[in-house]
Structure formats: C-alpha cells, structure tokens
Write a protein that binds this ligand. Structure first.
Ligand SMILES: C[S@@+](CC[C@H](N)C(=O)[O-])C[C@H]1O[C@@H](n2cnc3c(N)ncnc32)[C@H](O)[C@@H]1O
Length: 302
C-alpha cells in the first residue's frame, strides 16, 4: 500500500523526508542559488532561471500587497527563499514552516547569514501543528497543495483561513492535472520514486473547495508554460552538473530526476499538467473589507 493510500502525519513526514532531505548540495546544483522548487516567472524569453525566480517572488509579494507592517506566513516554505526575500525587500515579519529537517536547517543558516534573524524564521514542523493563536496578515502556500492529499483539501483551506486576519490575503500556487486525466503507470513511477504522497487535482475542484471553505477568489493566473520552461532549466542544470550529481546522489537518483524532469516539462507544455496562482480573501460581508486594486497594473508599476 502506498503512503498516499494510508496517510497519517507520520507517513507524510516520511514522504517529505524521502524527497526533500535527499541532499541540500544536490538541490543547490539543480535549482540554482535561489533554492526555489516551484515554477519561475519568465517575464521575457531571455530571462535566466535565477532572474525568473526573483521575478516570481516579486510577483507573489506584489499580489499579496506586502508592506513592512505585515506579519507573513509561508506554509511549505522550502529552503526559506520567499520568507527571506519578503523580509529583506518588503520588510515583513516572516515565518516559514517546512516538514523537511534539511530545508529548515539550511534556511536557518541562510537567515543568519543575511542578518535577518529579528524578522524572519523558518520552523521545522507540520503546518497542522503550528499554534493557532497567532494570526497573519498575509499567507502563501507555494507548491504544498501537491502534498496535501485531495481528501485533506477542506481541512487545509479551513486551517489557513483560521490563521489569517479578517482583512488579510492568501495566495495559493500549485500544480494541477487535467480534468480528463487517465491514471497511467507514470503515476506509479512518481509515487514510488519521486513524491510518495503526491496527489493532483484539477483547478475547478480545487476552487470549489476554496469556495466551500468560504474563500472569495480574487484572481486566478495560469502559469503552465512557465513551469514547462522551469523544468527544462532544471534539466539543463542536472545535465551541466551530471558528474558531480552522480557522485552526490548516485546514478539511480540522477536518472530518476532526469526522466521525471523531461516528462514533467513535456506534460506542462502539452497541458496534461497545469500551474495556477489563486489569490484569495475571506468571504464574509461582515468580516472582510474590499479594498483590492481593480486591475493588475500595480504588480508591474510599483
Ligand atoms: C515543492 S516544495 C515548495 C517549497 C517552496 N515553497 C518553494 O517555492 O520553493 C513543497 C514544500 O512543502 C512542504 N510541506 C509539504 N507538506 C507539509 C506539511 N504537512 N507541513 C509543512 N510543510 C509541508 C515541504 O517540506 C516543502 O518545503
């Protein structure tokens, strides 16, 4: 039985460790210095992966309208890149949580090196165990929904809602599958070798749950082709550092990642996989107030 079929907090932690605790040095070669493991945002075709990842972080911070008075929670924060970026460039007080011990260690060292310890921290824990007393004005979940499990979507979106101030904003960024997807042996390969608790749903179902959990959907953006290019750039990094990577993680893992990245890039190009950013606020006439910009212009002009 796969971890997915019989999931608990313990099996989720094992599944995350299996993938993300592999080797920080390996991920540094694969992802480049930003250490971001989600799709970049290529504002022009010439952009490097590094610059496109910086633009992605700005895109998220601007959609969330971050400013120095914000308390910000990044759920599933990876190596801390976005929490660090937001506290460094937008002055927010940032907290990141990750279920990967290696990521949390790496992030904490990075925060110290940046001299940001007074306003940025990354904690190693399951987001479900993070104390509920503290509320945040801005929350993001970038690339964690793929690990949540479809059955857990309602409790996930409820959990985030309970952590957000009434007039706060939440951005969810995640991979989706096509509505008419047919399960193939590719899924078994991924479950066994890459993401043991991975599970994808289509955007319509995800947004249905968001609305059921009393979120108002403010903005939806499809970044599918950006992920196709990101996977291609990760693939090129893998190839460029192939020898070192084989020494670090072995031939088998190198080949698994090679195959997975080629297949993923193709699936994003062809539309089998999707990537959506969804910006949300609490849906409640009493609780929320609506002072959001009426166009997307401020993302690019400020
Ligand atoms: C694809 S990575 C994305 C990391 C980061 N947001 C980025 O953009 O690079 C998914 C992240 O979700 C985290 N994660 C998955 N399940 C989690 C859980 N139950 N609690 C906390 N973090 C979790 C993993 O540890 C990992 O950091």
């Amino acid at each position: 039985m796969s971890i997915k079929e019989n999931r608990t907090k313990t099996t989720d932690a094992q599944a995350i460790s299996f993938h993300y605790d592999l080797s920080n040095e390996f991920y540094e070669l694969l992802l480049c210095e930003n250490m971001l493991y989600t799709c970049a945002y290529y504002r022009s075709a010439e952009k490097t992966l590094e610059n496109a990842q910086k633009d992605k972080m700005d895109l998220i911070c601007k959609k969330l309208r971050m400013h120095s008075k914000d308390s910000y929670l990044d759920i599933g924060c990876g190596w801390g890149s976005l929490a660090i970026w937001a506290s460094k460039h937008y002055g927010v007080n940032a907290t990141g949580v990750t279920l990967s011990k290696e990521q949390a260690k790496w992030a904490s060292d990075w925060i110290k090196r940046e001299g940001l310890s007074d306003r940025c921290r990354v904690l190693h824990m399951d987001y479900r165990d993070f104390p509920l007393e503290k509320k945040f004005s801005k929350i993001s979940a970038i690339g964690i929904i793929e690990h949540i499990g479809i059955a857990n979507y309602p409790s996930f979106f409820k959990n985030v809602r309970n952590r957000l101030e009434d007039d706060g904003l939440f951005l969810n960024h995640g991979i989706t599958c096509q509505k008419f997807r047919v399960e193939t042996s590719q899924n078994d390969f991924l479950q066994k070798n890459v993401f043991p608790n991975g599970e994808l749903d289509n955007i319509t179902n995800i947004m249905n749950v968001m609305e059921q959990e009393r979120w108002e959907i403010l903005d939806v953006e499809n970044l599918r082709l950006h992920y196709a290019k990101t996977c291609r750039d990760w693939f090129h990094n893998l190839e460029e550092h192939a020898e070192k990577i084989r020494d670090m993680v072995g031939e088998r893992i190198y080949r698994i990642y090679r195959l997975w990245l080629v297949c993923s890039s193709t699936a994003f190009y062809r539309g089998g996989l999707g990537l959506y950013q969804v910006l949300l606020q609490k849906f409640s006439i009493k609780e929320g107030k609506y002072d959001n910009p009426s166009t997307r212009e401020s993302i690019y002009t400020q």
